[in-house]
Design a protein around this ligand. Sequence first.
Ligand code: MN3
Length: 228
Amino acid sequence: MKFILQKLKIWSNFTPLLILIIKSKYMSFTLPDLTYGFNGLEPHIDARTMEIHHDLHHNGYTNNLNKALEGTDAANSSIEDILANISNHSGAVRNNGGGYYNHCMFWEVMSPNGGGEPTGALAEDITAKFGSFEAFKTEFSAAAATRFGSGWAWLIVDATGNLAVTSTANQDNPVMDIAEVKGTPILCVDVWEHAYYLKYQNRRPEYLTNFFNVINWTEVSKRFEAAK
Ligand code: MN3
């Protein structure tokens, strides 16, 4: 009996720790694995850039987001909910929450089998909105090329169901309540120098031309259908 009581006492001492471990397991964001190898997007995006970008940069945003949310009411929220109310959060949540979300999407809208042009309803909407796929490509690339400093370019579905091209600074995105142009992003490109500098140095437009060779239009179409 004494032995059992002792055992119970030992476990009860650990209870707060166990709760903390369980909580941290359930209430934290995790770095997603890439569904292709670091070299999967070669020669358009080089393996070393992908490795550093995913394992160091995206991992950093993920860990820092979890740290920034620790002990707050939002620790249990979805990333979309956090971003939609970002004006109520700290700068650390804004930067790292954006960084977390944006990169999760970025990996998915690229593929080793990517490139070409979209088909179906998305292709029709792009032509209706921009005039042609080429005209869309020009507008999207210009938004990405002219974003001063670090940021992202986006193709979004806005509140009225229309496509729009936009860009944001730093790790901001169109999901955030503070965004100048809000909507549901269906395609994004990272124009931080860490996304292209090893291979392209200061030649951002060349990186953007090559980005079009890896766009996963199947995934973009899926996001388009869900957002409509
Ligand atoms: Mn990045």
